[in-house]
Design a protein around this ligand. Structure first.
Ligand SMILES: NC(=O)c1ccc[n+]([C@@H]2O[C@H](COP(=O)([O-])OP(=O)(O)OC[C@H]3O[C@@H](n4cnc5c(N)ncnc54)[C@H](OP(=O)(O)O)[C@@H]3O)[C@@H](O)[C@H]2O)c1
Length: 222
């Protein structure tokens, strides 16, 4: 599947991996909806998408908030029906043993990393099913059992489970959902590792899978 003129919504597009994915999709000629909370950051990404040769639009959205997601998706759909969704927005907080982890911090991580993708899928999937085609990529992580990162690990395991379960639900429909485990990346979240630009090609391949490709996979990115 070619990304040219495809309408793709990327959450967390104002920085790091999300921004690199948006610009690379722009280079491939896609129409990219850049979602995130910081208006100036998503607008900057949208401008770079346009410079790269695509169509870029910034849509402010807090992925943890159902009303904000609903409003943001409605605004995004002014560009057209969303054909590809990349659930990239995610957070991690400082390393803490589980007994020292404040409840509010646990809730915030789960709300961003799991509830967010669920809310986006819930808002966008019905249209994909109705049109009989769609691609969803969830950005997971290879970290699943790291001490002092219990909430982040639990959230990414939950995201993998969500991906697999929805993959089964979509059996027989040309809506393909997969998750990826990128390596350590040098972003606002983590210092050191690969540049996000080095891995975006492998991730966008999953956003552009041909009909009949396998769904519900957790794919390691190298
Ligand atoms: N960096 C790594 O080593 C690494 C490795 C594997 C996987 N990952 C995963 O890759 C994804 C991207 O992370 P990154 O490394 O690129 O970090 P990042 O630069 O911090 O990007 C995260 C993005 O998520 C957005 N975001 C956070 N909370 C949000 C909310 N409630 N609503 C909407 N957007 C929200 C942030 O923008 P706003 O604050 O403006 O909303 C930010 O642009 C995450 O899911 C992360 O878990 C990262």
């Amino acid at each position: 599947m070619d990304l040219k003129n495809k309408i793709i919504l990327i959450t967390g597009a104002g920085s790091g991996l999300g921004k690199a994915l948006a610009v690379a999709a722009g280079q491939a000629g896609a129409k990219v909806i850049c979602a995130g909370r910081r208006k100036e950051r998503i607008q900057q990404t949208a401008d770079e998408v346009i410079k790269a040769g695509g169509v870029g639009t910034a849509v402010q959205m807090d992925v943890t908030d159902p009303k904000s997601v609903e409003k943001g998706v409605k605004e995004a759909e002014k560009t057209g029906s969303i054909e590809i969704l990349i659930n990239n927005a995610g957070i991690i907080t400082g390393l803490k043993a589980v007994q020292e982890l404040p409840i509010e911090e646990w809730d915030k991580i789960m709300a961003t990393n799991v509830r967010g993708p669920y809310l986006l899928i819930r808002a966008i999937l019905p249209g994909m099913i109705q049109r009989g085609v769609g691609r969803i990529v969830n950005i997971s992580a290879p970290i699943k059992h790291l001490p002092k990162a219990s909430a982040y690990c639990a959230s990414k395991c939950a995201l993998d489970s969500l991906t697999k379960a929805v993959g089964y639900e979509l059996k027989g429909v040309d809506v393909i959902i997969n998750a990826v485990e990128p390596p350590f990346l040098d972003t606002e979240m983590h210092k050191g590792g690969k540049r996000p630009e080095e891995v975006v090609g492998q991730i966008l391949e999953l956003a552009a899978l041909e009909s009949g490709s396998q769904s519900g996979r957790i794919v390691k990115i190298t």
